[in-house]
Design a protein around this ligand. Sequence first.
Ligand code: GLU
Length: 315
Amino acid sequence: MGSPAIVGRFAPSPTGVMHAGNIFAALNAWLLAKSQGGRIVLRIEDLDAQRSRREYADKVMRDFEALGLFWDAGPYHQHDRQEAYQDAFERLRALGLVYPCYCSRAELNAQSAPHGMGEKAVYGGRCRRLSASGRAKLEEALARQGREPSMRLIVPAQTIAFDDAYQGLFSQRLDEDCGDFLVKRSDGGFAYQLAVVVDDAAQGVNCVARGYDLLVSTPQQIYLQGLLGFETPQYAHFPLLCAQDGRRLAKRNKDASYDELLAAFGSPEAVLGHVAFVGRLQDEDAPATPEELLRTFDARRMRERYEGRVSIAFG
Ligand code: GLU
């Protein structure tokens, strides 16, 4: 038998209109999967019900299509997947690895040890060490406020290392660099780390290209895959497109929104070509379709261009 078919994914969060950073993310995922003869799954990451909007999801899909970034399966929506997340959560609980956390945001800020890379707060473990009576007291106090505890997963003193296709070898000591992490939020919603691992496995995703900001989440996700009996995908973390002030592109950067770029550049191909040029996927600032970019795409060369690079200024 040959190696399994490659399946990559677009995983936009429909919390705003698409900007250059989202286009760059989807293009990277598409190129990495297609360059290996793979397919693309579209998953709408609307786990955050408060911030997600149906109209943003619809618009993102129309924009992908306009850019020629077609998907082969989906769209799947995270809001339809509660049972699958619950099932995984119960399996983790049955392993005795889940405990309630009563900490408020302010308490968390106060107890999280500053992290070396400054990218992730490490939970100090207060609620894992509670006595039964201490736990009961906090449970009661929270219930009086009409609130529920969040749920954390216990991590061991284990190092998780993997070879990122773009960033090379990356490793973290789970207890020191991650800490016990959330699998369920205090509002009852499942946490990103759990949902993404369950979805990637269920949707057959084995090739994940995403932004550098999620590199530090990957060891946690690999740990979860191990506990739940899932295969670990191939990972490739590319630099984030940033505004000139160094902050990652977001809704506030109006001039980087797809519609503004379309108005400025005149065609979807010109927008895609420009994003590809800035993101080092092509050497000239010329209009391009995804298929044209695929002809010269070479993941090994991208590693030379992306390794160790956290961000690229978009302009
Ligand atoms: N939904 C996330 C985002 O839009 C991506 C999550 C992932 O790729 O794992 O940034």
